[in-house]
Design a protein around this ligand. Structure first.
Ligand code: GDP
Ligand code: MG
Length: 441
């Protein structure tokens, strides 16, 4: 969208206010961009209409261009549509044992998401969770949940061959009650497309256990199909929320907008990978930026502007492009990340930065050790910061001791620094760095 719109906006920049024609021209492009992002046609149409009404006749704020003004209006409206009532990521799990029913098509990520949510409930809310697989059709489906349960330390209902989905659901209810569980999660079977038998089965289970939450799990990369699935499930079993999976992929996430517009139900979580940790609360701002094709850049720009001097950034960028990235730079980046609230999630959402986020993740990087890493760098001399190659065993010992940490922590930091420096160098050559940093600062 950004590319597409820039042409239109260049023209808009030369004028003073948003005329109906300006808005129409810009919104035609917005509509195409929405469709490209897999937003369903009727939803895109309605959305554009709503924006048109809001935008036309609006005075252009003095300090911004008309183009920026339209982007802001489109962005704000996207966020508005995406926002559901209640806190994202919050589930109703009072009145123990609270049943949570997971529904969706086969392969959408139900089983994975069931375990991810169980882990989250356990770790973030201290809940005792029982998981049960009602998937009596797919071979090894029940074992899959059992394996995940063992991995995350959450109990699963013992497998009994030959029972119907309804029987298993009732057994889970009993076991949860008798066993003193706070929550029990029912992972249902899925089909490749919606079918009556499956729907009937899910309805029976719903009637029997009366779930506190019925979560529809859908692959965020499927556009139009996702909408039909959502409509059907909502009509038949009544969903209370949506989880969008595979948002770590290349898709633009247009399904999020369609889903909200069509069901009116809140999107609770997004799945960002196969690992058990890869589940995040849904953040409308982030997805809005992504649908617009700018990653999280809108938010990054807003946040970054508050926290860094433009001049400083410019100087830094020039050096990075030349492949110079020393410990002082890393320290500044770390401090920046601290202010911006952690980089992993943000990087994942930024075009082209996913790979880097993964490397950062693999080197054991997380918010809680930001401060430790900064302390390590502070414990280095000026010379060492400028040239980390100087760091031999004795120096390393001194630095680690100075920061009250282990040498192994320092080694991790050095490894991360090397990886980042390599990445910067590579990106600098392709001109990508400039793009990425432009977004950030
Ligand atoms: P189900 O048939 O709906 O139960 O789907 P599964 O939970 O078995 O998931 C199908 C596949 O998708 C598995 O290989 C999962 O690891 C993968 N998967 C699930 N959620 C995500 C996600 O958020 N991102 C990615 N990349 N893969 C996912
Ligand atoms: Mg499954």
């Amino acid at each position: 969208l950004s590319e597409r719109l820039s042409g239109v906006f260049d023209r808009l920049t030369k004028q003073g206010a948003l005329s109906e024609d300006d808005v129409k021209t810009a919104l035609r492009e917005v509509r195409v961009a929405l469709l490209e992002a897999d937003v369903s046609l009727p939803v895109a149409r309605d959305f554009v209409k709503a924006v048109q009404e809001k935008a036309t006749g609006q005075a252009v704020t003095k300090s911004v261009t008309p183009g920026q003004q339209v982007v802001k209006i489109v962005h704000d409206e996207l966020v508005h549509v995406l926002e559901g009532e209640g806190e994202p990521g919050e589930l109703k799990v009072d009145n123990a044992p609270a049943p949570i029913l997971m529904v969706g098509l086969q392969g959408g990520g139900k089983t994975t998401t069931t375990a991810k949510i169980a882990k989250r409930l356990k770790e973030k809310q201290g809940k005792r969770v029982l998981m049960a697989s009602l998937d009596i059709y797919r071979p090894a489906a029940m074992q899959q949940l059992e394996v995940l349960g063992r991995q995350i330390g959450v109990d699963t209902l013992p497998i009994v061959e030959g029972q119907s989905a309804l029987q298993i659901a009732k057994r889970a209810q009993q076991q949860a009650t008798m066993g003193g569980y706070d929550v029990y999660m029912l992972d249902t079977a899925g089909r490749l497309q919606i079918d009556e038998k499956l729907m009937g089965e899910v309805e029976d289970v719903r009637n029997a256990v009366k779930p506190r939450e019925t979560l529809l799990v859908v692959d965020g990369l499927t556009g139009q199909v996702a909408v039909e699935v959502a409509e059907e499930f909502d009509a038949k079993v009544g969903i209370t929320g949506v989880v969008l999976t595979r948002m770590d992929g290349d898709g633009r996430g247009g399904a999020a907008l369609s889903m909200r517009a069509v069901t009116g139900k809140p999107i609770k979580f997004v799945g960002l990978g196969e690992k058990m940790e890869a589940l995040e609360e849904f953040r409308p701002e982030q997805i809005a930026g992504r649908i617009l094709g700018m990653g999280d850049i809108v938010a990054l720009v807003e946040k970054a502007q508050e926290t860094i001097e433009a001049e400083q950034a410019e100087r830094m960028m020039k050096r990075f492009q030349k492949g110079q990235f020393n410990m002082n730079d890393l320290k500044m980046q770390l401090e920046q990340m601290l202010k911006m609230g952690g980089m992993e999630g943000m990087m994942k959402m930024m075009p082209g930065m996913g790979k880097m986020a993964k490397q950062v993740e693999e080197s054991g990087f997380d918010d809680t050790i930001f401060r430790h890493q900064i302390a390590l760098i502070q414990s280095m001399t000026k010379k060492e910061r400028a040239n980390p190659a100087l760091l031999q065993a004795s120096r390393k010992k001194r630095i680690a001791a100075g920061a009250g940490q282990e040498v192994s922590e320092l080694n991790k930091l050095l490894k991360m620094h090397r990886q980042m420096a390599d990445m910067m160098k590579k990106m600098g050559k392709g001109g990508m760095l400039k793009q990425a940093l432009k977004g950030m600062f």
